[in-house]
Design a protein around this ligand. Structure first.
Ligand code: 6PG
Length: 248
């Protein structure tokens, strides 16, 4: 059942990153208290870069038990892990190389030495192994971005959802064209979801997705719903300009 949405408008993209980092720390502590570990889906793009860097610095880096935190990817560009476009490279440079997180706790999507099909099957297997023999697995948190066209992860407008948890994209409108992505169904298993959206080029889509006219715009980002709490939208002032004053 839908838990609704929470819209939080911070001033700048730095403020968005700080708010996201604080929420990461709080959710990690809660999940570790309840279940002994915290599993997170990460996204690529420019907006999360600041968040990952912040998490690797005091006070945030000292506020979490990194050995109990497990990092997965909501999607990945199908390029080598040392390619400038790689989301894994972004996470490695900003977070893994800096914070005391055991490398075995990070599960990059494979992008080398196999086909897209092989990589999708391999990642699906990694998720199933991590959660064990259960049908009701769920990541604790998904950090997502939204593109100016309303895509999220590598789920693009006008395309059906995937039937498997990990889907293949060969013609992404956002380069690079080949990608792997978790399906909407898999993302929507996440107990908590936090969107990070900044910049004036997103304002029209933010209005469409979060506006209060009650209509369902059908964009992929609009169809994301956390399973255990309200879906959180962290916006900077620029991306929120189109929202009704009551929502701001
Ligand atoms: C990627 C992500 C994509 C991203 C959004 C927002 O391209 O790696 O899959 O969904 O999160 O496009 O990206 P920005 O934060 O760069 O605007």
């Amino acid at each position: 059942m839908s838990q609704g949405r929470e819209i939080f408008i911070a001033g700048t993209s730095d403020d968005v990153a700080r708010e996201a980092a604080a929420r990461f720390v709080a959710l990690a502590s809660e999940a570790i208290g309840l279940r002994g570990r915290f599993s997170v889906l990460l996204s690529g793009g420019s907006t999360p870069r600041k968040l990952y860097s912040l998490l690797a610095q005091p006070p945030f880096v000292n506020a979490v038990q990194w050995e109990k935190i497990f990092l997965f990817f909501a999607d990945e560009r199908f390029v080598p892990h040392n390619d400038i476009e790689s989301t894994y490279l972004l996470v490695r440079e900003t977070l893994l190389d800096v914070a005391p997180i055991p490398l075995k706790n990070c599960f990059p999507m494979p992008t080398e030495g196999m086909t897209l099909e092989g990589a999708a099957a391999s990642y699906q297997g990694a998720i199933e192994t991590f959660f064990g023999a259960t049908d009701d697995w769920a990541f604790d948190l998904a950090f997502l971005g939204m593109g100016p066209d309303g895509h999220t992860a590598s789920l693009f407008p006008g395309r059906p959802d995937f039937s498997t948890s990990v889907g293949i994209v060969r013609d992404s409108p956002k380069p690079p064209p080949e990608r792997l992505t978790l399906s909407l169904k898999a993302i929507n298993r996440s107990r908590a979801v936090i969107f990070l959206v900044t910049g004036a080029d997103k304002a029209d889509r933010v209005r469409e997705v979060l506006g209060d006219d009650g209509s369902d715009c059908g964009l992929p980002a609009a169809r994301v719903e956390a399973s255990g709490s309200a879906t959180v939208w962290l916006l900077d002032l620029q991306s929120a300009t189109g929202l009704d004053a009551r929502l701001r």
